[in-house]
Design a protein around this ligand. Structure first.
Ligand code: COA
Length: 158
């Protein structure tokens, strides 16, 4: 963990009157239209370092008991330094304080690093949204040479 980056950074909720950080959000979601479907009734949290937005996650209520991380992204220059792991822990803490019992996050069947990271952070497979990517995206998506067809939904008990 690059503790120095986190020490120089601060996490806060984005205000409604601020611009949405699409550059970061688009790292995790291929389509702006897909982001627009959830962004307006979700809470956006940003990690800032020297006024630069270096990471984001987005929480959206699913039921009164559960909330989903709809998007999580770290700017490319800051990836692989422990920030994603830090954000997952902060998201869990925020969701717990809000009174939710479950935290969900979905990823594609080809997103090997994310599948590894989420399980390492205490998420368990809760279901599969079959053909989610083939049904919702016009072009085939490949990650790690794998055709991403399905969304694996992970759940963490808070
Ligand atoms: N390949 C394999 N493992 C990797 C890796 C890579 N390229 N980069 C990081 N890891 C491992 C780390 O070693 C660490 O595991 P460890 O604790 O066993 O050492 C773990 O993954 C977490 O790494 P971390 O540095 O916290 O991840 P991150 O800050 O890069 O954040 C993402 C993870 C996925 C949020 C970030 O890479 C990202 O924004 N990616 C693009 C957007 C995206 O895919 N979002 C998720 C959509 S579901």
């Amino acid at each position: 963990m690059h503790a120095d980056i986190l020490q120089q950074s601060s996490l806060r909720e984005l205000r409604d009157d601020e611009e949405k950080p699409y550059e970061l959000l688009l790292l995790a979601d291929e389509k702006r239209e897909a982001i627009q479907q959830y962004i307006h009734d979700a809470k956006i949290y940003i990690l800032e370092k020297d006024a630069e937005k270096i990471a984001v996650f987005v929480l959206q209520e699913v039921t009164t008991m559960s909330v989903e991380i709809k998007n999580i992204a770290v700017a490319e220059a800051y990836q692989g330094k422990g920030i994603g792991k830090y954000l997952l822990r902060e998201a869990a803490q925020i969701a717990r304080e809000m009174g939710y019992e479950d935290l969900l996050i979905g990823t594609a069947n080809g997103s090997i690093m994310q599948i590894y990271l989420y399980q390492k952070e205490g998420f368990e497979i809760a279901g599969i949204r079959k053909n989610f990517f083939t049904d919702n995206y016009p072009k085939p998506i490949y990650e790690n040479g794998i055709h991403c067809k399905h969304m694996i939904v992970f759940q963490k008990k808070l």
